[in-house]
Design a protein around this ligand. Sequence first.
Ligand SMILES: Nc1ncnc2c1ncn2[C@@H]1O[C@H](COP(=O)(O)OP(=O)(O)OP(=O)(O)O)[C@@H](O)[C@H]1O
Ligand SMILES: [Mg+2]
Length: 223
Amino acid sequence: MSDFIVETVNLVKRYYLEGTYIEALKGINLKIKKGEMVALMGPSGSGKSTLLHLLGGIDLPTEGKVYIDGEDIFLLGEKKLARFRNDRIGFVFQFHYLLPEFTALENVMIPVQIYNKGDAEKKAREILARLGLEHRLNHRPPQLSGGEQQRVAIARAVVNQPSLVLADEPTGNLDSKNTALVMELLKELNEKNNVSMVIATHDSEVAQYCNRIIFLRDGMLQT
Ligand SMILES: Nc1ncnc2c1ncn2[C@@H]1O[C@H](COP(=O)(O)OP(=O)(O)OP(=O)(O)O)[C@@H](O)[C@H]1O
Ligand SMILES: [Mg+2]
């Protein structure tokens, strides 16, 4: 156990493309305490998505370490990391990656069903209703608007009651009413269930729901 839900040590991500290296993250040392709700801000291309992907164990660092609740996640191995992610982390992608052949309800039920964690349908219905989607349960993603898809993706990320939510511009496609709906749900999970959050956003309204703002610029943290 650790006081920190997230800790990174000299985290570097380099992409190699057409003969040149792109250094997307240049040695990030970040600590986030349990229960914090943090906004991750910075210009387009500054490395926000890259950092979230590494924190979620979705992509591998070139150098450095990521500890989630004290666990060195890249030492876990693929299978244990997948389980760890399903149990502990809720990820909202910038481009939502819903499964197109399943309905909204089924997309949200799947993370509960994978490891058989209780009444998937009840949990999925509750969260979707909270996000104003009770009338869209049986639509498949192509039959949903962009903002509806985004809310389904948020429901999917929180349905397993993770200890950490990593959200990449979760309100990027939403109007102000639905932005408030989403942020109020996230804030409630943060305050009532002590869920820690890192939310990449360009929206200062979203940042206002957070306890702290972290700025990235050119792959470096600004202090
Ligand atoms: N797979 C990749 N191969 C090469 N370069 C990449 C790759 N993914 C990202 N990059 C580069 O790394 C840098 C950081 O990208 P990233 O997606 O993390 O930015 P971001 O801060 O999330 O931007 P935005 O606000 O536009 O979402 C960018 O310069 C981007 O072009
Ligand atoms: Mg991004």
